[in-house]
Design a protein around this ligand. Structure first.
Ligand code: SAH
Length: 367
């Protein structure tokens, strides 16, 4: 069946999703890109929303085989920013008009850590209220697996969105890239808890993992739909040479171009299939290609997470090799990001939270 006929279907079967992700000709890719963009325009508009990213700590109790900040990576200097450093970054972000901030870190689940995050959330809310942001910055957390009570405390403190990637929905593959004490079921349970508490919930996967198939990615998309998530953050898998997955480096270096293309297709197909969710054009895309995030925007993404982490810390928050934006500031980050976004013909939303419209429609249905 011609790709256009599949794209124009009202509902997509798994076979349709497989066909779309398998697109290889330039013309079909262009068609996917154009239609995904139109669907985005129709369902969530053309504005791009910013979430300033603060990578506030690289201490981690987990040992994911792909991740550079895993606890067994002994070469890495560990840090946690002070509360004042976090608040300064958040205030800068609010003053520039970003609207929202993301607090991301390695995983810890001790009470002292959760107390710290809770205090930061509370204080960020307090200090960022202004005429242009009457409810302060929107706050997204991305700090991993916690208990129900801990998630609830952070929600009550003022965080209203949470990102927790499932990483891959292929259980066997999940087990191959994580140690035994990290379980697929626990991640799923956490995602359900976050929804129950009332967070806007985001999840996502890494694309191009060794042994991952296109069928796996189809199942990932179906998982997003069935879990009825509000936000998607996904990007290419990237090699970190101090991780156990360095054994796959030949596979990775030989297939980078394909992985990049597949990541863009995943964004486009996710937009066609899920319609009104927020989709981020992630930093990992930019690590593969300098204009990767901008291409992600052209395939239907509507969120960008510019990095606000102070430079010394930023260098040590190394999830993968080749992380971008590590040179000392060449100028104003804000100017750089707005120029980049505007180069795609899009407008940057200032002083707006840009919450997922999907959340609103799903809450309406729950009534
Ligand atoms: N600890 C938090 C967030 C930190 S990492 C959590 O688990 O939610 C944020 C995301 O970076 C992870 O979910 C993972 O999908 C991604 N990541 C980690 N290592 C990566 C790699 N080598 N390549 C691409 N993405 C990676």
């Amino acid at each position: 069946m011609p790709i256009l006929d599949i794209i124009n279907k009202i509902e997509y079967s798994k076979e349709d999703l497989l066909e779309l992700l398998s697109i290889s000709s330039k013309d079909d890719l262009e068609l996917l890109k154009k239609t995904a963009y139109e669907i985005m325009k129709q369902y969530v508009g053309e504005k791009v929303y910013l979430r300033g990213l603060i990578e506030f700590s690289n201490y981690c109790v987990n040992d994911c085989f792909y991740c550079g900040i895993r606890k067994s990576n002994r070469d890495l200097p560990r840090f946690i920013l002070s509360k004042n450093e976090i608040l300064d970054s958040a205030l800068w972000c609010a003053q520039k008009g970003y609207g929202s901030v993301v607090l991301q870190s390695g995983e810890r689940n001790d009470e002292a850590f959760v107390d710290f995050v809770e205090e930061c959330v509370r204080d960020i809310k307090k200090i960022t209220i202004s005429d242009s942001l009457p409810n302060g910055l929107g706050i997204t957390l991305c700090v991993g697996e916690l208990s129900y009570a801990q998630y609830k405390r952070l929600y009550d403190a003022g965080a209203h969105r949470y990102l927790l990637r499932i990483e891959t929905t292929n259980r066997k593959l999940f087990e191959q890239i994580h140690p035994n004490n990290q379980s697929y079921d626990k991640r799923i349970e956490c995602l359900h808890m976050l929804k129950e508490i009332g967070y806007y919930v985001g999840t996502g996967v890494m694309i191009g993992l060794p042994k991952q198939t296109i069928e796996d990615l189809v199942n990932d998309l179906v998982f997003f739909k069935e879990l009825d998530v509000d936000m998607i953050g996904m990007g290419p898998y990237l090699m970190h040479l101090s991780t156990p997955m360095k054994e796959h480096k030949d596979y990775f270096f030989d297939n980078q171009k394909e992985i990049y293309k597949l990541s863009l297709k995943m964004i486009g197909v996710a937009r066609l299939y899920l319609k009104d969710v927020n989709i981020a054009a992630t930093t990992a895309l930019q690590a593969m290609y300098p204009w990767g995030r901008e291409e992600g925007l052209l395939f239907g993404a509507n969120i960008i997470m510019p990095n606000l982490t102070p430079m010394d810390a930023r260098k040590n928050y190394e999830l993968y090799n080749g992380k971008p934006c590590l040179d000392e500031f060449q100028g104003d980050c804000f100017k750089c990001i707005t120029t980049r976004i505007e180069s795609t013909g899009r407008q940057v939303a200032l002083n707006e939270w840009g919450d997922s419209l999907h959340y609103i429609s799903r809450k309406r249905q729950e009534l």
